[in-house]
Design a binder for this molecule. Sequence first.
Ligand SMILES: *[C@@H]1O[C@H](CO)[C@@H](O)[C@H](O)[C@H]1NC(C)=O
Length: 276
Amino acid sequence: MYTAILFTWTDYKTIFFPIISFAYASVSVRSTAVFLKACLWIWIHLLLCNVSNQARTEVEDATNRPWRPLPSGRVTNLQAIALRWVLVFVCIAVSSVFGWHLVVSTLTLIFTTYMYDELEISSHGVGKNLCAVGGYLSFEVGAVKIMGESTTLNPASTRAIYVSLLLIFTTIHTQDFADMEGDLALGRKTLPMYDPEIPRIATMLIITTWSTVLPIVWGIGPISTAGFVAFGSYVSLRFYIWRTAEMDRRSYLIFNIWLVMAHLLPIQARAGCISW
Ligand SMILES: *[C@@H]1O[C@H](CO)[C@@H](O)[C@H](O)[C@H]1NC(C)=O
């Protein structure tokens, strides 16, 4: 269990909490049991993606995140690869308990993970974003279907998913600021490396724009809108002002809190509880 948690540790903030919040906001959850089932489903799929990914990033992780299972020697490379394929079957089995429509989400996720890791689409800028969007889509659709106990998505959830995908597609690169040194060592070219200034200005504009647009899209009340815009402006300014790797890591963490909030906004469309 500890090893599994280490594999998934950096992605509770980027995947687990945003997706859970999102699914919770988009449908009315009928019981705690259903909520927990959705948590388990997300977690086991996150583990699949992360084991697959980390079986390939041992070298990079040795400098950036030496505590991860592979660089710290808890798991050998061969064991990680074996686990990655075992998890493919575990995930399909878990999903089949919920029905074939969940298996579809699992298969899409397996496919995007395969593209990302085995076919190394991740080393191309846009390919990386598209894989991230594909992954997010599978997680969101799966989580919403389990929590909503439904085989289909209602129009509100569908709209929420489209908005979320655009949001992810335009902001996924925020993680690259902090990882610049590691990526450079691996010869990977990420957006922030092209220019010291433009990606940071773009990030600032993108986050402030979303902070203003999302409250309008979801029709939340004036006080919450002001709060969300203020927090978003703070996050975006951080990326522009503080540029050390340490500060970028902090900014990315705070950005993820903003991301969770952004994913909770659809609750307004369903329950109207952010009207103040
Ligand atoms: C974990 O999996 C998620 C979902 O595919 C991915 O976005 C993330 O980059 C992975 N992280 C690691 C450290 O493997």
